[in-house]
Design a protein around this ligand. Structure first.
Ligand code: AMP
Length: 594
């Protein structure tokens, strides 16, 4: 592998057969794309016995838990305090069956959302897969959300069941329990004694101990709802993107192609299952391969991560640009490729991966990072730099087999044109039809339909394609913010700020950041009688943090006499952003006179 010289031009990182300790799953891109079909991809999975359909949990767990496969380690859990606990496929089969039996005994059935909010602890993984076994809908909520995002999401899902820890419940849910009328069952992870002070909760471990460790997965239609992932738009409420059991065909196939996963891999996806990557590739996809998946409970820590990669002999590492940039901060001294002889493939997703980071992987680990692209709605990786292909630093790569991508331009209401000329900017669009494509936004058919124009699904991302078919990210077509890999709605943040008695107007943008890609920045105009001083600034930051949680709250607030709006009264976030960046402010003719 040749290391390109750092500079303004980034030559491709060429690959040769020496770079592949095992034969890549995707060797001949053109041929594989030409021969690929989703029906054939589905044949790589088992299906439920006796032709009773397709269930994600069967493909991920039960089918590997027979014969010797039973003893293979499925999940290796590393606790914050240094303990290590292995779950074999056999263990996972029993634990998830118990969880499914618990749901069944509580009258939770097919299609019912089961909201799970917990850190990366074994119960989260068991609840996810047990929910799928029962035919219920796994609905993860990020554990760093505050009460506000929790309430709105439980409300949209009309969820009857919440699984969470005693600590999260005490801090974030109990104070708003009266505002969650749909919630009938709360199953708490923790000691019996620690939950005794709460009313209307049940102790998960006690329930699990009382039920059978065998469970027959009911017939599951591939189109049955399986996963509900919340994502953010520019306006309005969070969107609940619904996925079905058929998605497992894409989870499996894309993990083979884009992450090059093989059954004897030790795979570490660092994403939290509160977000889609942590579910599709942190829970489901690796288990469908029958491999060993590492789960680390702790938050990012460079030394800890290097130690895990080396000690656990991780072979495939899937992480995010913010984390890579934080590793890079440690400088060359922290990097020692010879410490990771097992590592053979590095991948990244979630935000733009700068070319420096791609190339840094070569010095640090002996391999480049392979960027790939997808989003909550697509359910699985759509565009990737593959193991057997040259990497173009700064590019997201090429579409996966079975995925037809295009660059399009909106030409009017409900109309687009496909842009064929290479290196031309436009909106990234995909031809619908792959199995992990979302099937709707819960209770919001109109918003779902708006995503489809002229036979394409429009992703909301701006990109360009070069003459060789590699896609390059340009930016978002809307105002949503990407911070540390998390998609954040400016509207959700503005709404909470407006609830503070001092705030008259609020406009929220993503401010570029060298590590987190963007940070949430709020511009606030105060009501008469309030002073724009440091004390109020701190109070507002704290107020937002308590209500929204650390992952969503603004990191910076700037007071302004007024917030620019157009004549329809809409906050002009683009203008705020241009002002923040010192860029030309574009057409301001629609600006409201202030
Ligand atoms: P989410 O739905 O939260 O997974 O966020 C999806 C969005 O993250 C995409 O629409 C992009 O804006 C951004 N994103 C994901 N992967 C990449 C990537 N490889 N390069 C640039 N942006 C990305």
């Amino acid at each position: 592998m040749t290391v390109p010289t750092l500079g303004t031009r980034w030559p491709p990182i060429a690959k040769t057969a020496r770079d592949w300790p095992v034969s890549p799953n995707l060797l001949d891109y053109r041929r594989t794309c030409a021969e690929f079909s989703w029906a054939e991809a589905q044949r790589q999975l088992d299906g439920l016995p006796d032709g009773r359909g397709l269930n994600i949990a069967h493909e991920a767990v039960d089918r590997h838990a027979t014969g010797v496969g039973r003893h293979r380690v499925a999940l290796r859990w590393l606790s914050k305090d240094g303990a290590r606990r292995d779950f074999t496929y056999g263990d996972l089969r029993e634990e998830t069956s118990r969880f499914a039996n618990v749901l069944k005994s509580l009258g939770v059935g097919k299609g019912d959302p089961v909201v799970v909010m917990a850190g990366r602890i074994p119960e989260l993984y068991i609840a996810a897969l047990g929910t799928l076994k029962n035919g219920s809908v796994f609905t993860p909520l990020f554990s760093a959300f505050g009460p506000e995002p929790i309430q709105s999401r439980i409300d949209i899902a009309r969820a009857k069941v919440l699984v969470t820890t005693d600590a999260l419940y005490r801090k974030k849910v109990e104070p708003i329990r009266a505002l969650l009328p749909s919630l009938e069952q709360v199953l708490l992870i923790g000691d019996v004694t620690s939950i005794q002070s709460f009313a209307r909760v049940r102790h998960l471990r006690t329930l699990m101990a009382a039920v059978d460790a065998r469970f027959v997965i009911p017939a599951t239609d591939p189109e049955d709802a399986a996963l509900l992932h919340f994502t953010s738009g520019t306006t309005g409420k969070p969107k609940g993107a619904l996925h079905v059991h058929h998605a497992v065909v894409a989870h499996h196939a894309t993990a083979r192609f884009a992450l090059d996963l093989h059954p004897d891999d030790v795979f570490w996806c660092t994403a939290d299952p509160g977000w889609v990557t942590g579910t599709s590739y942190g829970i489901i996809a690796p288990l469908t391969l029958g491999l060993t998946s590492i789960v680390d409970e702790a938050d990012f820590d460079a030394e800890r991560w290097y130690a895990i990669l080396a000690r656990e002999k991780v072979t495939v590492f899937y992480t995010a640009p913010t984390a890579i940039r934080m590793l890079m901060r440690g400088g060359a001294a922290a990097t020692r490729p010879q410490a990771f002889p097992s590592l053979r493939f590095l991948a990244s997703v979630g935000e733009p991966l700068n070319p420096e980071a791609v190339v840094w992987g070569v010095g640090a680990f002996g391999r480049p990072f392979h960027d790939n692209w997808w989003q909550t709605e697509t359910g699985g990786i759509m565009i990737a730099n593959f193991a057997a292909m040259d990497v173009r630093p700064g590019s997201m790569g090429r579409p996966l087999p079975g995925i037809e991508a295009a660059i399009v331009r909106r030409t009017g209401e409900g109309a687009i044109e496909v842009v064929d000329a290479p290196d031309t900017e436009g909106e990234l669009a995909l031809r619908p039809g792959w199995p992990s494509m979302f099937r709707g936004y819960l209770s919001d058919e109109a918003r779902y339909r708006q995503c489809f124009v002229g036979g394409y699904y429009l992703t909301g991302d701006l990109a360009r394609r070069d003459g060789d078919g590699y896609y390059w990210f340009v930016g978002r077509a809307d105002d949503v913010i990407k911070s540390s890999g998390h998609l954040i709605s400016p509207f959700e943040v503005e709404s909470v700020l407006l609830e503070h008695p001092s705030v008259a107007e609020a406009g929220v943008i993503g401010k570029p950041d060298p590590v987190a890609f963007e940070i949430v920045k709020a511009f606030v105009a105060l009501k008469p009688g309030f002073d724009a001083d440091e004390t109020l600034n701190r109070e507002l930051l704290g107020f937002a943090r308590v209500r929204l949680g650390a992952a969503v709250a603004p990191k910076e607030i700037e007071f302004r006499p007024s917030i620019p709006k157009n004549r329809a009264g809409k906050i002009m976030r683009r203008l705020l952003k241009a002002q923040e960046l010192g860029l030309p402010q574009g057409d301001t003719s629609t600006l409201e006179a202030s």
